[in-house]
Design a protein around this ligand. Structure first.
Ligand code: HEM
Length: 94
């Protein structure tokens, strides 16, 4: 009875939507972190006069970029996966 007022029983679709919303926000913040690490590389290069700075700075964009690629590819296939899943559900109902 109270479930109508307090969302105690989220549907499968709501859980999936919350998850993709969270991933999109994660991707957005990762892009900010990634951009900061790229800028840090240019700053470090200017300070060393072009010589290679600490490998920690040089390779720091790689982790956020890898996570961006994973979350981005997930977001890319999401509409196709949703279509495929809803198609499969109709096929099961027939
Ligand atoms: C590395 C591989 C990457 C892939 C495969 C990827 C893929 C995607 C996809 C599919 C979307 C959703 C587009 C839509 O609305 O339908 C997206 C959104 C976005 N991407 Fe990426 N991306 C990648 C890297 C990056 C990088 C390097 C940046 C910036 C530094 C970036 C910044 C963003 C931003 C700001 C959004 C909008 C997020 C929002 O809706 O708030 N992405 N990306």
């Amino acid at each position: 009875m109270y479930a109508r007022y307090f969302k105690l029983d989220p549907t499968e679709k709501e859980i999936a939507m919350n998850w993709s919303k969270w991933l999109r926000q994660f991707h957005r913040w990762l892009s900010v972190i990634f951009t900061a690490t790229v800028i840090a590389n240019f700053v470090a290069l200017a300070q060393t006069g072009g010589a290679m700075p600490s490998p920690w700075i040089t390779y720091s964009p790689l982790l956020p970029l890898a996570l961006l690629a994973l979350t981005g590819l997930y977001m890319f296939v999401l509409p196709y996966a949703t279509k495929w899943r809803s198609g499969r559900r109709i096929a099961v109902m027939q």
